[in-house]
Design a protein around this ligand. Structure first.
Ligand SMILES: [Zn+2]
Length: 174
């Protein structure tokens, strides 16, 4: 699954990244001052976002608004610390800072997800290993030919899938 990530340029060398991965909201605030880079990160379990987050510039810092669980959460970014507010903050004279939606987080390598089994009514099919089931019936196929073993009925030696005669005793194979 692709995590939803938004980034904002807060000015004066400050950047903000907000990511919704599963039910976690991960806030990363990077500040640069006098050539020094600082990074604050906070992970909050707010649930899945129901709307895009909003960032406001207020006189004392920044307020981040996240919509999840049918309510609004407010997070304050101020004096190098991130804190979840318990009540709706006063936002007099605030203005909204544009957020940019980036499809894939640069911090994470996207995960490879195994193929979902295909389902149609009571029939299901999946690859690797090939497997098919219909109601009570189930069929599966090995992917490598070495799993299909054939033996000579005369001497018991393992023979090739398409061999017509046993390589050891010469008996005819059917
Ligand atoms: Zn044989």
């Amino acid at each position: 699954m692709t995590a939803m990530t938004y980034v904002a340029d807060l000015g004066q060398g400050q950047t903000l990244a907000i990511e919704n991965a599963e039910t976690q909201t991960v806030i990363t605030w990077e500040t640069k001052s006098a050539g020094q880079q600082q990074s604050q990160q906070m992970s909050l379990s707010l649930g899945r976002w129901s709307a895009s987050p909003i960032v406001f510039k207020v006189s004392s810092g920044f307020i981040l608004q996240v919509e999840a669980n049918q309510r609004s959460y407010y997070v304050r970014l101020q004096a190098n610390s991130i804190s979840l507010l318990s009540e709706v903050p006063l936002m007099l004279g605030s203005h909204e800072i544009p957020l940019r939606n980036i499809a894939v987080s640069s911090r994470k390598v996207p995960e490879m997800k195994p193929l979902e089994p295909l389902r149609m009514g009571n029939m299901s099919m999946q690859m690797e290993p090939m497997q098919m089931s219909m109601g009570e019936m189930k069929m599966s196929m090995a992917t490598s030919s070495s799993a299909i073993a054939r033996y000579c009925r005369n001497c018991g030696r393992e023979v090739g899938e398409h061999d017509r005669f046993c390589a050891q005793c010469g008996a005819k194979l059917n």
